[in-house]
Design a protein around this ligand. Structure first.
Ligand SMILES: Cc1cc2nc3c(=O)[nH]c(=O)nc-3n(C[C@H](O)[C@H](O)[C@H](O)COP(=O)(O)OP(=O)(O)OC[C@H]3O[C@@H](n4cnc5c(N)ncnc54)[C@H](O)[C@@H]3O)c2cc1C
Length: 424
């Protein structure tokens, strides 16, 4: 699909017609927000990014960049830096409660990655995108949108700091618990579907001495893992557990740490020590594996992007890729429509939605596989892992896993928006 941007929206000649958008407020400076800012600036718009945190947030899991998202990174001019910051993981192994290896995941199966795909820490990618945009884009840290009032010509935004400003458009790139979505579309509970598990991840001392390696310990309904990626002196501790939806405030970190302790109390291996690290972690992350499903991603001059619009959960392995593809597509459609949001928002949704839904279905399936319900089933899985490397099936299974992942990661196309869109 090709959209030719209106000449008035090229970087040298910004949009000028009466319907043309010029100023865009983006809520959220993680992945989707800065990526959109990069593209909008390139097309001649004037983006402002507001981020609730006082500074760029570090932390987070290793995130995959696969399939068509790789091409978007190439076009953003950040692919080399992503490669330089790659996690470069070599594989992983399962251990029993005494720390003895009971099964290995060979590199060709680990992550199901194809040759061009890569993996990076979320915080590193956010930093790369921020560095690329901070000189051209206005960033407001430590603030948030308190109220939005749309009229025929734009949106009046009241910030929590008390400041009031007008923008032509507002984009909610503020994650699964999007503030913009709540203000414009209503309560999160209407759109969130819990997939039956929770995940926590945080930085900790690398007391297992891991190097580009992930160690897993499986218990019924639980999976604990520790890894350290290339260039890291620390490790990431990750806990997944199955559970129906739990009542807690998503901003209440202290309560989330308590929940984690309660769930893993009395469990063996290194778990007590890993939990102690949670208490000291500054980048503690805890959330449900959940989907955000909405009939529409825009209302008037406000549009949602990334996890705010269509969180596919960590079980998809595609949240970051979809955020990058969404940013590219939304900016491209706005440029192609000469800034006319009534045309661009529909087109953005048409391009993105089928691929997003495909990835959400993938996540639903994988979420069920992340933990195993009994010790017998865990033993079966470990047995398979042990025999797999010795069978001729090894390559066949690796190929099948890669093919499934590749299908999902190519589900959103890279639309051509004109030659200037590929400028680095
Ligand atoms: C600190 C952090 C750690 C993460 N860790 C993991 C992880 O371990 N595993 C995983 O699979 N996914 C994790 N994610 C989610 C993952 O990064 C996203 O699925 C994916 O990258 C899509 O990015 P996004 O930009 O749409 O949303 P997100 O990455 O969720 O970013 C949303 C941004 O909006 C900001 N924000 C929130 N509310 C407001 C507000 N009211 N006003 C202004 N800004 C606001 C947030 O601080 C954040 O910077 C994490 C996200 C964050 C922010």
């Amino acid at each position: 699909m090709t959209r030719t941007p209106n000449a008035s929206t090229t970087p040298t000649a910004p949009a000028t017609s009466t319907s043309a958008a010029k100023t865009v407020l983006i809520s959220g400076a993680s992945i989707a927000g800065p990526a959109l800012a990069l593209w909008l600036h390139r097309y001649g718009f004037a983006p402002t990014v507001v981020e609730r945190a006082p500074e760029l947030r570090a932390g987070g899991y290793k995130v995959d960049i696969r399939g068509t998202a790789i091409e978007v990174c190439r076009r953003m001019g950040v692919l080399d830096e992503i490669r330089a910051n790659s996690t470069d993981m070599n594989g992983g192994s399962y251990v029993d409660e005494k720390g003895r290896t009971v099964g290995e995941l060979p590199a060709e199966i680990f992550g199901g990655r194809a040759e061009d795909d890569d993996e990076i820490m979320r915080g590193d990618l956010a930093r790369i995108l921020y560095k690329r945009t901070r000189d051209d884009v206005e960033y407001l840290f430590g603030d948030s949108i308190a109220a939005l009032a749309e009229d025929a010509d734009g949106v009046e935004v009241t910030f929590e700091s008390g400041a009031v400003r007008r923008f032509d458009l507002v984009v909610g790139a503020d994650g699964m618990h999007s503030n913009t979505r709540r203000l414009v579309f209503g309560d999160e509970r209407r759109f969130k579907r819990h997939l039956g598990a929770y995940i926590s991840i945080f930085t900790a001392p690398n007391h297992l001495g891991l190097q580009q390696w992930e160690t897993y310990h499986a218990l019924p309904h639980k999976l604990i893992s520790v890894y350290s990626s290339a260039g890291e002196t620390t490790a990431k501790n990750s806990f997944v557990f199955s559970s129906p939806e739990l009542p807690y405030d998503h901003r209440d970190t202290a309560r989330q740490k308590e929940i984690l302790r309660e769930r893993f109390a009395g469990d063996g291996w290194e778990i007590p020590q890993l939990l102690d690290h949670a208490d000291r972690a500054e980048d503690f992350y805890f959330d449900s594996l959940a989907l955000i499903e909405m009939d529409r991603w825009s209302k008037g001059r406000v549009v949602l992007l990334g996890d705010a619009a269509h969180c596919a959960s960590p079980a998809s392995g595609q949240g970051t890729g979809l955020a990058l593809l969404g940013a590219y597509t939304l900016a491209g459609e706005l440029a192609a429509a000469g800034g006319d949001h009534t045309v661009a928002f529909d087109a953005y949704e048409r391009v993105m939605r089928p691929g997003v839904e495909q990835n959400q279905r993938f996540a639903e399936g994988f979420a069920k596989e992340m933990t195993v319900s009994s010790r017998r089933k865990i033993a079966m899985r470990l047995f398979m892992l042990r025999v797999l490397p010795r069978t001729p099936l090894r390559n066949l299974i690796a190929k099948k896993i890669r093919e499934d992942v590749q299908k999902a990661s190519h589900a959103v196309p890279v639309t051509e928006y004109g030659t200037h869109a590929t400028r680095a």
